[in-house]
Design a protein around this ligand. Structure first.
Ligand code: SF4
Length: 276
């Protein structure tokens, strides 16, 4: 699976300080040079778009490293579904044991024409009750993060974003998802990506990153999230930026500045991909 960057896009990334993968550069080595987001709460994240503040690495995808599509073929019936059919399929899904304890399935929310896709881990308690991803405090923080880059979960057009999780049902007591659950649920997310055709994916949290990159990044299961940040990965040919989950940021606010850097990197990838 390769990241489709042509010579012009690569040149633009270089010009902006987004370098092609360089193993010698320790990921996060320039974190200290990053500007911190403004203080005063998450809502105070700036609305202005700023240039990426550090050189980031663009991970060269490893050719033929068992991409999702060949590792596990999408069932033909799912591959043929439109948005409505897919949502109905998820609503009635009993493919894994999580169907027994869920209150609601959590399909996703946002603009189905959006260029941005945000992927989290799995529904929590509030999401399970409301049937919507990223609600509650973590959801508010995500909304503020999105506003900082000009996006809105109710927005369309340039402001549009689609938000989904790897798992569509809540694991009991918010335990970690099991591999079999991910295996069963993954075709739904992959179909969402195929229907949406986003220009960028923001993977929030270690689990989302591991799930999306499990077939393109060696040893991703044992890599800390910090080592996955600052690079442009790829999922189904779509650039992927990894950052922290908002729930983690609520507990560790000092990492908001790193998240801001990740958002800036995502913005720059989007700018680089935009036709001149
Ligand atoms: S988590 Fe996914 S695979 Fe499991 S029951 Fe829910 S929708 Fe189906």
């Amino acid at each position: 699976m390769s990241l489709q960057l042509d010579a012009r896009q690569r040149a633009m990334l270089e010009e902006m300080g987004v370098r092609v993968f360089s193993p010698e550069l320790p990921v996060g080595a320039l974190d200290d040079a990053l500007p911190s987001p403004p203080r005063g709460g998450e809502a105070a994240l700036p609305a202005a778009r700023v240039a990426v503040a550090r050189p980031a690495t663009v991970a060269e995808p490893v050719a033929d490293r068992t991409p999702f599509s060949s590792a596990r073929a999408m069932p033909a019936e799912i591959a043929a579904m439109d948005w409505d059919a897919l949502q109905q399929a998820v609503a009635g899904c009993q493919a894994c044991g999580l169907c027994q304890s869920r209150k609601n399935t959590v399909f996703g929310v946002g603009d189905t024409q959006a260029r941005w896709l945000v992927v989290g881990e799995a529904p929590g308690e509030n999401e399970d009750i409301q049937g919507e991803p990223f609600v509650g405090q973590a959801g508010q923080l995500l909304d503020n993060m999105l506003k900082a880059v000009g996006l809105n979960r109710q927005g369309t057009g340039a402001q549009g974003v689609y938000i989904a999780n790897v798992l569509k049902c809540r694991p009991p007591a918010n335990r970690n998802p099991q591999p079999e659950e991910v295996l069963q649920c993954e075709p739904y997310l992959r179909r969402q990506v195929a229907l949406l055709q986003p220009q960028i994916i923001l993977a929030l949290g270690r689990f989302a990153a591991q799930s999306l990159l499990q077939h393109s990044v060696p040893d991703v299961a044992t890599m800390p999230l910090g080592k996955l940040r600052g690079q442009v990965h790829s999922y189904e040919g779509v650039p992927v930026i990894v950052s922290y989950h908002p729930a983690y940021l609520l507990r560790t606010p000092q990492d908001k500045s790193r998240t801001w850097a990740d958002l800036c990197l995502a913005l720059d990838v989007m700018r680089a991909a935009r036709p001149a």
